[in-house]
Design a binder for this molecule. Structure first.
Ligand SMILES: NC(=O)c1ccc[n+]([C@@H]2O[C@H](COP(=O)([O-])OP(=O)(O)OC[C@H]3O[C@@H](n4cnc5c(N)ncnc54)[C@H](O)[C@@H]3O)[C@@H](O)[C@H]2O)c1
Length: 716
């Protein structure tokens, strides 16, 4: 052994070959945290000082190669300012240069994930041999960053500008075969053959049969592109990349610009350009938010995993009651991810609809070549559509998704409870009704909880798991385990009308109702909120949710929180509902839904909406953007703060992720609490005070005032 650290070791194999091994002790994966970077520096020094060294084989002792930089170190680092970020980068960039400049060939055996800094390490080696199970990629732009350890320099020089632009701007993982085709790795073999294959390539380098030196020169020289080629590669892709990313995500374009700027430079100067680009994006709000979001996502995944560990039993067989929009979606998702499910309805027409929805979704995948017809058949066979409770005694979990009516739900829940075993968990997919209230009709309320999916089930990642007053830990644990098995992001919350997401979504709609009443044009409000980052503005969102569903939920919420959610005026949504304009589902809501020439749905705004709402709104007037944003966002933000203070949700991170995954809150803002933090709690409270004449939803909470006075933040 010539070097032994906690994460990195170097030992001599036979015939002058050293093995540089990554195996971070006490962790399941390898990552480039500061300690590993320091150890790599020492390991390289040891290699440089080894006499008679002939070659280096780089390997991993884990199931992955290296998953990238330790993102949790970024938050405190970025707070220290651009110099600190640059310095942090500089250290490992220097390591990789020294590795590339070693007097002997270096070959890496990529056994699993090599992402971000992990792939950048591999790019600094002379040859890359990958297992067919490996995946590689540079995901930095997804975090609002750009590669900082030579990714923008070595990837274009090795694989060409087009590959580098595509890989870096998209941030996507690539399978080993795709990496081979793109020229990013030099060979792909079965996992068991990896080590020998990599050693063999290394020996060929040592024996002079493979020219590793010319490989190095290629990576260190300017890109081989003439002016026109360079223009074609960079200028044309810049516009495309900017269009794909959108104005709120600057990193992909900065990455392309860096590659363009450094195309004519040698390695060391090009690395300097990369470093400047990194420091620039690292100080953007988008990077701060996206890095924070990545960490929050890890936190909710960890929470969900630890609930799953507490589940004493796996859900082997499930059932869903109601084969409507939601029931059909739940059956599809369960079957797709491997849990067989009974789908029960009271009407054959309902069952037919549920099955045809599943059929449609699967057929699309078959048509796109993503699934074989056999696989589709086997998934459909996992959905057992039925009109009876026969053999419900065998199911481990029932999800109730019948109409949103407390009396109907209570009757259905009491019925199904009689047909299942004492151990079966029953969950309701209600959007708003208190779980504790529904549980009153049940014999075993401890086995009952909420499992709130979002529409469309297959596309929306979030599931709220709601704990009623009598819900047991077992019920929560098994429900979370089932959500995990369905590939969903489960967040456990406590019970109240609307739970977390709908409880804060309806105050947002209340903001819209107030603005409309006071003369704001609904189309303009939509535009402002879409520009702010929402995938759709409030009027359009209400149309998509369904005006009937929304109006009903609004009343349930008003009953639950009359002091701030009941209204003493007729709203524009009430008018839409009275006129049976239910939104996208019946082709008319705030907007009219038509089909364009290519058969795609298209929304158009027509005068008749303005005529209908005229009696309940003031004369149209202009509101400046800032006011629209404040009046829309404050109610959502104060209600979310109340949810946190009441313990409905466990942490700001879970609350922010729930809104991002549940209703598409703009990810680059990192969530509502991050948004408040970015302006400062004091500024937020001042903004509330400005609008407090609009009602209780515009009042900052006492705790927020205390935070403001103490200069505190939601994220420490
Ligand atoms: N649609 C959404 O956007 C959405 C989102 C989240 C949650 N939810 C909730 O999911 C539930 C279902 O909503 P949906 O939109 O799918 O409604 P839906 O009207 O599309 O479907 C309800 C289905 O339940 C069936 N049904 C009625 N009584 C039944 C009974 N006794 N036994 C079995 N089936 C019965 C009906 O025949 C119908 O097929 C509601 O509680 C709703 O609040 C809906």
């Amino acid at each position: 052994m010539i070097f032994k650290g906690n994460a990195v070791s170097v030992q001599m194999l036979e015939a002058g070959i050293a093995e540089l091994n990554f195996d971070l002790q006490g962790e399941s994966v390898n990552k480039f945290d500061s300690a590993t970077v320091n150890e790599l520096e020492q390991a390289i020094t040891a290699l440089e000082n080894t006499a008679d060294l002939k070659g280096v084989l780089a390997t991993s002792g884990k199931g992955v190669f290296i998953v990238g930089a330790d993102i949790s170190e970024f938050v405190p680092l970025f707070e220290q300012g651009p110099e600190a970020a640059g310095e942090h980068l500089g250290k490992n960039a220097e390591n990789l240069n020294r590795l590339e400049d070693l007097g002997v060939p270096v070959v890496v055996a990529i056994n699993g994930f090599a992402l971000g800094g992990g792939l950048e390490f591999c790019l600094a080696c002379d040859f890359r041999i990958a297992s067919n199970a490996a995946k590689v990629g540079l995901p930095e732009t997804k975090l609002g960053l750009i590669p900082g350890w030579g990714g923008t320099v070595r990837l274009p020089r090795l694989a060409g500008a087009d590959v580098a632009i595509e890989w870096i701007a998209s941030g996507k993982d690539q399978k080993a075969e795709a990496a081979l085709k793109a020229g990013v790795v030099d060979g792909v073999v079965a996992p068991e053959a990896l080590r020998d294959a990599a050693l063999n390539v290394l020996q060929q380098c040592i024996d002079g049969k493979l020219d590793y030196q010319s490989r190095r020169e290629q990576k260190k020289a300017p890109l081989k592109l003439n002016g026109i080629e360079s223009m074609m590669a960079f200028e044309t892709s810049k516009a495309f990349v900017a269009g794909q990313a959108g104005p709120n995500y600057p990193a992909p374009v900065v990455a392309v610009k860096c590659m363009q700027k450094s195309a004519g430079l040698g390695r060391d100067e090009a690395l300097q350009v990369e470093k400047e680009g990194f420091v620039k994006v690292a100080s953007t709000e988008a990077a701060k938010s996206l890095v924070g979001l990545f960490l929050s996502d890890q936190l909710i995944a960890k929470n969900a995993k630890s609930w799953e560990k507490k589940a004493d039993k796996k859900i082997g067989h499930a059932a869903v009651l109601g084969a409507g929009i939601m029931g059909g979606g739940i059956a599809y998702q369960s079957a797709l991810k491997g849990t067989p499910i009974k789908m029960k309805d009271i009407a054959q027409a309902g069952l037919d609809l549920g099955l045809s929805e599943a059929n449609k979704l699967l057929s699309k995948q078959v048509a796109r070549g993503r699934m074989t017809p056999e696989k589709m058949g086997s998934i459909l066979a996992k959905i057992d559509a039925t009109l009876s409770y026969d053999s419900f005694g065998d199911v481990d979990m029932v999800v109730e998704a019948v109409v949103e009516n407390p009396k109907v739900k209570q009757a259905v829940l009491a019925d199904v409870e009689k047909t299942v075993s004492e151990d079966t968990i029953i969950a309701s997919n209600t959007s708003t009704i208190s779980i504790t209230h529904l549980a009153e009709a049940m014999q075993r309320p401890e086995n009952f909880c909420g499992m709130h999916f979002f529409n469309p089930v297959h596309a929306m990642p979030l599931v709220e798991v709601i704990r009623g007053e009598k819900t047991s830990d077992t019920a929560v644990a098994r429900t979370v385990a089932y959500a995990n098995a369905m590939g969903k992001k489960a967040i456990v919350v406590n019970d109240c009308p609307g739970f977390l997401v709908n409880r804060v979504l309806f105050p947002y709609f209340a903001g819209f109702a107030g603005l409309s009443r006071d003369g704001a044009d609904f189309q303009k409000v939509d535009k402002v909120m879409e520009k702010w980052g929402w995938p759709m503005g409030p009027a359009y969102l209400m149309d998509v949710v369904g005006i009937d569903t929304g109006s009903h939920a609004e009343h349930v919420m008003a009953e639950g929180f009359p002091d701030r959610m009941s209204k003493d005026y007729k709203t524009v949504v009430d008018v839409m509902f009275e006129n049976e304009r239910y939104g996208q589902k019946n082709g008319k809501g705030f907007y009219t839904y038509e089909t364009d020439k290519r058969g795609k749905p298209k929304k158009v705004a027509k005068q008749d909406t303005y005529d209908l709402i005229a009696p309940v709104v003031a004369e149209t007037k202009e509101f400046d953007q800032e006011e629209v944003i404040a009046r829309m966002m404050i109610p959502m933000a104060t209600e979310l703060a109340r949810c946190l203070e009441e313990g409905i949700v466990g942490s700001p991170a879970e609350a922010d992720m729930a809104l991002i995954y549940g209703v598409g809150f703009p990810p680059f803002r990192g969530g509502i609490f991050r948004w408040i933090d970015s302006m400062g709690v004091e500024a937020f409270v001042a903004m509330c005070d400005k609008y407090k004449h609009l009602g209780k939803l515009y009042e900052a909470t006492d705790a927020q005032r205390e935070m403001a006075a103490a200069g505190k933040k939601y994220y420490a």
